[in-house]
Design a protein around this ligand. Structure first.
Ligand SMILES: CC(C)(COP(=O)(O)OP(=O)(O)OC[C@H]1O[C@@H](n2cnc3c(N)ncnc32)[C@H](O)[C@@H]1OP(=O)(O)O)[C@@H](O)C(=O)NCCC(=O)NCCS
Length: 248
């Protein structure tokens, strides 16, 4: 299901979270040694999916350690993201190039706890939700929550400050299954020139899924960023690793 959230350049791997996951690599063990069994299982399931996604990108047996901000430490020229929730684990990863960041999130499809709605949704977002029919299988606040979690995972590794829910504004395009992302206050990661953050969403009876990409290139002139990403991807590894020599 998460494959449809991303262009072809992004490799996605999913698994049912209720199966016993393959063992961690030895170097990954200390990252989770003090966790309870349930957390160990979800961590291992995510690492197994990540190992498969990395193998598809030609990188084998890379221990995916945990950074100080709890983000996975991907190989230098790879960007990626992990999500797990009841019954589902998924990973999206790609070669860094035109794609500078990836965020993927899965949540159960139950409506968002009403006590959380105002914390997650800005007044403008709430107003919009009141004017359109609800999405299939869930409600807009839950999709918005997932979208903001995916945005966080996509850009947090580059942010200069903590990103709160109201620092991010989501505009859904329901018929297209897409959403635009804006930062209404000061940019969390200047310079933002030529960078775009955009997402896609999908729902099933059990889950909501969101995928977010931070891209650069001259896609600012295009409304079809994901198509532009596909084009960037087709050029593949000939792209320089701009991640290492340019903050954006
Ligand atoms: C990090 C966070 C987004 C994870 O989302 P979640 O729905 O709770 O959990 P998920 O299972 O979908 O994702 C967990 C994975 O996110 C990844 N992750 C954790 N911290 C991360 C970070 N700082 N940057 C990128 N990815 C991160 C990890 O891979 C983690 O799985 P792992 O520990 O097994 O490797 C969430 O816990 C959090 O801290 N949110 C607060 C920040 C926030 O949401 N701000 C407002 C949004 S704009």
């Amino acid at each position: 299901m998460i494959a449809q959230l991303f262009p072809d350049a992004v490799h996605t791997v999913t698994a049912a979270a209720d199966r016993e996951p393959p063992a961690l690599l030895p170097a990954e063990e200390p990252c989770i040694s003090r966790a309870v069994a349930k957390r160990r299982r979800e961590f291992a399931a995510g690492r197994a999916c990540a190992r498969e996604a990395l193998a598809q990108l030609g990188i084998h047996d890379f221990p995916l350690l945990v950074g100080p901000d709890r983000a996975p430490v991907w190989p230098r020229d790879i960007v990626g993201s992990i999500t797990h929730c009841a019954g589902f684990v998924g990973v999206a990863a790609a070669r860094a190039g035109g794609i500078r960041g990836i965020g993927v999130d899965a949540e159960d499809a139950r409506p968002l706890d009403p006590d959380l709605v105002e914390m997650i949704c800005a007044p403008r977002e709430l107003q919009w939700m009141g004017t359109v029919p609800p999405p299939q299988h869930t409600d807009w606040p839950k999709l918005l929550f997932s979208a903001k979690e995916a945005v966080y995972k996509c850009i947090a590794p580059r942010c200069e400050r903590f990103l709160a829910f109201h620092d991010v504004e989501i505009t859904f395009q329901p018929a297209a299954g897409r959403f635009a992302v804006r930062f209404p206050g000061a940019s969390p990661f200047p310079p933002l020139q030529h960078a775009r953050v955009e997402g896609r969403f999908a729902t099933t009876a059990a889950h909501v899924f969101t995928g977010v990409l931070l891209t650069t290139e001259s896609v600012t002139q295009s409304h079809q960023t994901f198509q532009a990403c596909d084009a960037v991807a087709r050029r593949g590894s000939r792209e320089p690793n701009v991640q290492s020599d340019n903050p954006l």
